[in-house]
Design a binder for this molecule. Structure first.
Ligand code: SAH
Ligand code: SF4
Length: 391
């Protein structure tokens, strides 16, 4: 790491035990759930069955009280209630955009707040979830990057966002009902606040829960993790999560990427591309999504488009062009539409899908990169943002 790279990782993850209370069962993997049940009086012989039953109540039926777990004996329900809780984030506010996008502000332990966005589409619904309160990285075009990192989310707080969204959507399917295709919440993207690969273990555990065939049961093909390029964690993501990967690429030279995505000073474009080459094979996914934010006069020339094609040669890829979403004090402008279209055409003609992402929920500041909890007021000054952007 260069001395100036603004990257820190001294994060604090809350223990699973709530500050002065019982253990939260939400976010424990099956193994961890088994361990805590045994440690708190469930006979070892029964543990597997109890894990299965409790799992189904929490993740398949959306139950939050042990008293509702009717296939467990009453004294056992009471024992559980004495020692454990089923706790999810609390919705502080919900805004609904004219286009149907829903933005939730959720409060987690310690009084911190994170945002979660639900984006309905014709044939599916995507939940954009957060992995950290704020972000240690300082991408100069991203609103979250102006918020100081407060802490990593626990696995319970990450998967809890999914449970809460399902509550709001009224979507707790009957057991045995068809999965995925007919769902309101059919996809998850880790594109909210934070850098998911700087909170690897909790993100992995939460996504394992989302993919478990007996619970929320989303296919790994319906989960996309977006990273700014934490190179050492990319191989681990392929091996231990196996979800779809999106890379915040955003520039075609190290000089420009250093300014837009400062983690590039730690792992540059060549190192990042190297790490990506093996991802599709190891994770058995078809292709990697390259996200490319369109910033007027910064990274949007035809030459950039051609350089991009050259760089990613040999990597199965799709390029997702994101029109820049402005936020108060942002130091960039969105590229003009005909420029974005011309850029997309060059990529498309080279044989890559090049969809232009439709900004959703702009009227409620729910679009990509606009998330920043309103109560976290520790904003950097406009001057500081511009200095970091090298402007
Ligand atoms: N930290 C992760 C995931 C969260 S950001 C990452 O950086 O990949 C999700 C996506 O939104 C990223 O591609 C990010 O670069 C992009 N983004 C951030 N701010 C944006 C903005 N103001 N307009 C458009 N896209 C933005
Ligand atoms: Fe963090 Fe991603 Fe925003 Fe960069 S783009 S500051 S990594 S949330």
């Amino acid at each position: 790491m260069t001395a100036t790279a603004p990257i820190t990782q001294d994060l604090v993850t809350l223990p699973r035990k709530l500050p002065d209370g019982p253990i939260n069962l939400v976010g424990l993997t099956r193994n961890a759930l088994r361990e805590v049940l045994i440690a708190h009086g469930t006979p070892e012989k029964q543990a597997k069955m109890r894990v299965g039953q409790i799992w189904q109540w929490i993740y398949e039926k959306g139950v939050r009280n042990f008293s509702d777990m009717t296939n467990l004996a009453k004294p056992y329900r009471a024992l559980l209630a004495e020692q454990f809780v089923i706790q999810v984030p609390e919705v502080v506010s919900k805004q609904v955009s004219l286009d149907g996008t829903r933005k939730y502000l959720m409060r987690i332990a310690g009084g911190h707040e994170v945002e979660t966005v639900y984006i309905p589409e014709e044939d599916r619904g995507t939940l954009c979830i957060s992995s950290q309160v704020g972000c240690t990285l300082t991408c100069s075009f991203c609103h979250t990057g102006t918020q100081k990192l407060v802490r990593n989310l626990t696995a319970g707080e990450i998967i809890g966002q999914v449970l809460v969204a399902r509550d709001d959507l009224g979507e707790w399917p009957e057991i045995g009902a068809p999965k995925n295709e007919t769902r309101l919440l059919s996809n998850i993207v880790l594109m909210g606040m934070g850098e998911p690969l700087y909170n690897f273990d909790n993100v992995r555990d939460a996504m394992k829960i989302a993919m478990d065939p007996e619970g929320i049961s989303l296919s790994r093909r319906r989960i996309t993790l977006s990273t700014s390029g934490v190179v050492p964690e990319i191989a681990k993501t392929a091996q231990e999560i196996g979800c779809q990967l999106a890379i915040s690429f955003h520039a075609t030279t190290d000089e420009v990427r250093d300014k837009l995505v400062p983690i590039n000073k730690r792992w540059n474009i060549a190192e990042l591309l190297d790490a990506l080459r093996t991802y599709p094979k190891v994770s058995n996914s078809e292709r990697i999504t390259f996200e490319y934010v369109m910033l007027k006069d910064v990274n949007d020339t035809n030459e950039d488009a051609r350089r991009l094609i050259k760089l990613i040669k040999g990597i199965p890829a799709k390029i997702n062009l994101i029109p820049f979403n402005e936020w108060p004090g942002s130091p960039y402008q969105r590229s003009d539409w005909d420029r974005i279209q011309a850029f997309a055409d060059i990529i498309y003609k080279a044989g890559y899908a090049s969809p232009i992402r439709t900004p959703r929920g702009e009227d409620i500041m729910a679009a990509c990169g606009q998330l920043k909890s309103a109560t976290e007021r520790e904003r950097k000054s406009r001057k500081q943002i511009q200095a970091e952007a090298g402007l």
